[in-house]
Design a protein around this ligand. Sequence first.
Ligand code: 3HC
Length: 309
Amino acid sequence: MAFVTHRAVRSLSSSAVRSAAIQHITVIGGGLMGAGIAQVAASTGHSVVLVDQSEDILKKSQKGIEDSLKRIAKKKFADKPEAGSEFIEKILKNVSISTDAGSVVHSTDLVLEAIVENLQVKRDLFGGLDKFAPEHTIFASNTSSLPITDIANSTSRQDRFGGLHFFNPVPLMKLVEVIRTPMTSQKTFSALLEFSKALGKQPVSCKDTPGFLVNRLLVPYMVEAIRLHERDHGSKEDIDLAMKLGAGYPMGPFELLDYVGLDTSKFIIDGWHEKDPENPLFAPSPLLNKLVAEGKLGKKTGEGFYKYK
Ligand code: 3HC
């Protein structure tokens, strides 16, 4: 399918762009979140360069984007498969790939990072790119739980630095948390809010606090469900069913833990526990720790709280 080189994509898509300020974006990290963000940005007429460390990873990201677009096209163009193929082709043309972030950020309006949740690795990345990106370029992190301020401090553009936190699966989830630090300028914050709307998402404004809004509520809820199960107050299946049918959630907490990744959830809760050990909401869960130690990380490894084919 029609993924194109970085050079060609600039001219192909600029006329279709909807966001006035942010038109060209560089997404660093070709995992599930990065690929999802790239897909949504390309689908809304932005030109996107997706960057990761190897061609192999990027090939997998491209395949993931294409598969997701096929699922969308199948529904959207149920009676017109040809229109569906055209729809996919057009979007794929807006995405190019690169393994060299430094060489692509010179012409980008926004660098959006969705790499490993490691503060030092993120600081090294942004600190390095700060020297290559133009003055006007905004930097943003999709971190789920690290302080944006601590990442922004690695650059000399703290006023042009914020958070853009997306939710899995990115093509379907309508929310984006837009995070401002005390140093984020109003101009940057407004540009990030506008960009989120241009992606067809609904933004909410967040301060740079642990877990922002969603994860601060969602992660303790999921870990509390594990504790409930550890106390033998209910089976996983019953707790999931209870929350789906009794509270209208699309997935129960154990299904969602498997979907998000047990390692991700553990990383978030452990980080908060380290900073605030007295808070019972952040207490580690022996069962979560055991499953992660066994490599049972959820859907992505074929087993977490449940087994997957
Ligand atoms: N791309 C495109 N379309 C997709 C898709 C994807 N990745 N995933 C699902 N769909 C669409 C497809 O049309 C699919 O139909 P298909 O299977 O025939 O192609 C349709 O949705 C239905 O999907 P499913 O049958 O798999 O299941 P559901 O109806 O339950 O929908 C769901 C899936 C949207 C994921 C829904 O279960 C849901 O909303 N779950 C909750 C997700 C959630 O809470 N996410 C937030 C997690 S927290 C987070 O991300 C923050 C981080 O920092 C930790």
